[in-house]
Design a protein. Sequence first.
Length: 138
Amino acid sequence: MNIDSITNGIVIDHITAGRGMKLYNLLKLDELDSSVAIIKNVNSKKMGKKDIIKVDSEIPVNVDVIGYVDPGITINIIKNGVLTEKKTIGMPEILVNVIKCKNPRCITTVEQEIEHIFKLTDKENKVYRCVYCETKAQ
């Protein structure tokens, strides 16, 4: 399989195998007017299998979404065909409008203008809870 190299853009690497599409959807990469490659189940010495996303344009990336989906992902910034920056993403303490509360009695389901805010309450088990009603994110 051949995937062209990127001249200017980003490579989201070290995605846990099977999580690439979830990340693609949450980052709304389908709305881009540039080439996007999702490579699934790539052999990796470090991880066994992994997913990779390549975007052939310079775009802002919501690192909170990435950290929520899969902390430990690396983002590689490519400019003029050269790797110029490499970032490792951790878990954010607060998520704002990344996910929505599923509790039908939460204030966020009644009041449309309220932001959906989740706080990291258990880093070891990757548990986020709604700051309004404390419902666990799914």
